[in-house]
Design a protein around this ligand. Structure first.
Ligand SMILES: [Zn+2]
Length: 271
């Protein structure tokens, strides 16, 4: 386990804690990151409330969303959302799926979600996916690869897609960009709903969206917001320790060597 991979997995847990602390994720929802050295794999927590995830809970999946190695962990049923988006979008390195109450009014009403102030310009155009169009009545979850692929098609070249009566899925080129877009996507939704109570609300212009989003996805902006949200996580005593991440990486390395000697695969968390 190289230090840069251990660092990335730690950052995945930090991103998850931020999104939980910002009330984007609750008992449900999940965040993933593409493997930095193998574009055909990604990391995601085992099945649990995302705020509870530690580095040791991460599993490594291929883009068919199957574990790279046998695991006893239960996996998220909706993990195909992540795998199918990584397949369709080589430029995407991080994905979040959530059911934030800020966006749900738009998922229920079909009202168009649009950037209404400068920071959420990063959500750009937000398409609306209705699972019934291709699959009729379902249990509303995205569990089949073809359902995930359909959602990825609806996302297209955009960065956020609303899902009818369900939630939203957001993509980013990095974990920090994803976190920025996910948090401000939810804040935009809450503010758009509030502003609509005052009267007509329209979007930033296409030119404003382009110029503002280009400015906001630069590291000075995403890092500044990241540092602020990390401080809030620290104040909430939710910050995972880096020591723990590195210790977990070492533990995983040892268990990998041990498992290689065994004919029976044991539970392992990543490669
Ligand atoms: Zn869901």
């Amino acid at each position: 386990m190289a230090d840069d991979l251990a660092e990335l997995l730690h950052e995945l847990i930090v991103a998850t804690r931020i999104l939980a602390n910002q009330n984007v994720l609750d008992a449900f929802g999940h965040v993933s990151v593409r493997h930095p050295r193998d574009a055909q794999r990604y990391f995601i927590s085992r099945h649990q409330a995302p705020e509870l995830a530690e580095v040791a809970d991460l599993v490594e999946l291929n883009l068919d969303s199957e574990p790279v190695r046998p695991t006893e962990f239960r996996l998220y049923s909706e993990r195909v959302i992540h795998g199918e988006i990584y397949k369709a979008r080589p430029d995407v390195n991080a994905v979040c799926h959530h059911h934030s109450h800020a966006v749900l009014p738009f998922c229920i009403s079909g009202q168009q979600l649009v950037p209404v102030f400068h920071l959420p310009a990063v959500i750009g155009q937000v398409p609306f996916w209705d699972q019934r169009d291709e699959f009729g009545d379902t249990n509303m979850l995205v569990v089949k690869p073809e359902e995930g692929a359909s959602l990825a098609r609806a996302l297209g070249a955009n960065w956020m897609v609303l899902m009818r009566r369900h939630g939203a899925t957001v993509a980013g080129t990095s974990l920090r960009e994803l976190t920025f877009r996910t948090v401000f996507g939810c804040e935009n939704a809450a503010l758009q709903s509030a502003a609509m109570a005052h009267g007509h609300v329209d979007s930033l212009s296409p030119g404003e969206i382009e110029l503002s989003s280009t400015h906001s996805v630069r590291p000075p902006s995403t890092n500044r917001a990241w540092d602020y949200w990390v401080r809030r996580v620290e104040k909430a005593r939710l910050m995972p320790s880096k020591v723990q991440a590195k210790r977990s990486a070492t533990t995983a390395k040892r268990s990998k060597a041990k498992a290689a000697k065994s004919t029976k695969a044991k539970r392992r968390h990543w490669s």
